[in-house]
Ligand binder design. Structure first.
Ligand code: GLP
Length: 252
């Protein structure tokens, strides 16, 4: 089903497979209308089906990444690119190695930088110099975070170094040998960076996120639920699977 709720175009699909088809289709449309699009990408398990579909579309020549530039939302800090848990590795392993994007057009915050603050500033400048992000893909953390913008007292504006929440460390420990191995910090686009994107595509998957999905889409706009700021963006498409949409349905 499809509904418009204030600034949100909300689409509810059966499962994450259908979510991936639809989300990849949005990227195909964006890149067909502007081959030199600047896209913003995300990590986590939610976008995996989107990436599978993008790889398939690219393989069939239905999407061409040749002139596309990409910026990832975030990266652990510190972390080596060669670490299989780095977002750099994740993106190569799940997308970049299988599509025709030019390596020099791929940007991910530098988890290996000596000077984190400098790396964050440089990242903001790179995004601005690329002309800003045309289409930004977002997942949603269990605590409502977008990128690694954790619940806090004020929305962080620009790319910055974050101390991860204990709940995020626990949630992401499933990918590491143990919670102790999860880096305690991350470099993340700020809320301001994300809000500057021309279009946003938010994906929310699984019944475990039904409650936070409702808060993000229909609750108070507060930095305690970082994703709620998207209620103030001009152009947001939200795709939820049936599990994640459970509590949202009564608003639609
Ligand atoms: C990480 C990422 C987020 C992502 C979140 C949810 O914390 N920094 O960008 O949205 O995980 O991940 P998942 O899709 O696996 O639930």
């Amino acid at each position: 089903m499809e509904a418009v709720y204030r600034n949100f175009k909300i689409i509810v699909v059966e499962d994450s497979e259908k979510m991936g088809v639809l989300a990849a289709g949005q990227f195909a449309k964006q890149i067909a209308s502007k081959p030199s699009s600047v896209i913003g990408l995300a990590t986590g398990s939610t976008p995996l089906s989107t990436y599978k579909n993008l790889i398939a579309l690219c393989g069939r020549g239905e999407i061409d990444f040749k002139s596309v530039t990409s910026f990832n939302l975030d990266e652990y800090y510190p972390i080596k690119k060669s670490n299989t848990q780095s977002y750099d590795y994740f993106m190569r392993d799940n997308l970049f190695n299988y599509i025709n994007i030019a390596p020099e057009n791929i940007f991910i915050p530098d988890g290996e930088a000596d000077d984190a603050e400098r790396a964050c500033w440089d990242y903001e400048v790179l995004i601005k110099n690329a002309g800003g992000i045309d289409l930004q893909l977002l997942g949603l953390g269990n605590n409502g975070h977008i990128g690694f913008n954790e619940p806090c007292d004020a929305f962080p504006k620009a790319t910055h170094c974050v101390t991860l929440d204990e709940s995020t460390i626990e949630a992401n420990a499933r990918f590491f040998d143990s919670a102790a191995d999860v880096p305690r910090q991350a470099l993340s686009m700020g809320i301001g960076t994300i809000m500057d994107a021309k279009h946003i595509l938010l994906l929310i998957s699984g019944a475990a996120k039904a409650d936070i999905a409702r808060k993000v889409l229909f609750g108070d706009i507060t930095p305690k639920v970082p994703g709620s700021v998207l209620q103030l963006h001009r152009s947001v498409t939200v795709i939820l699977d049936e599990g994640a949409a459970e509590q949202a349905m009564s608003y639609l």
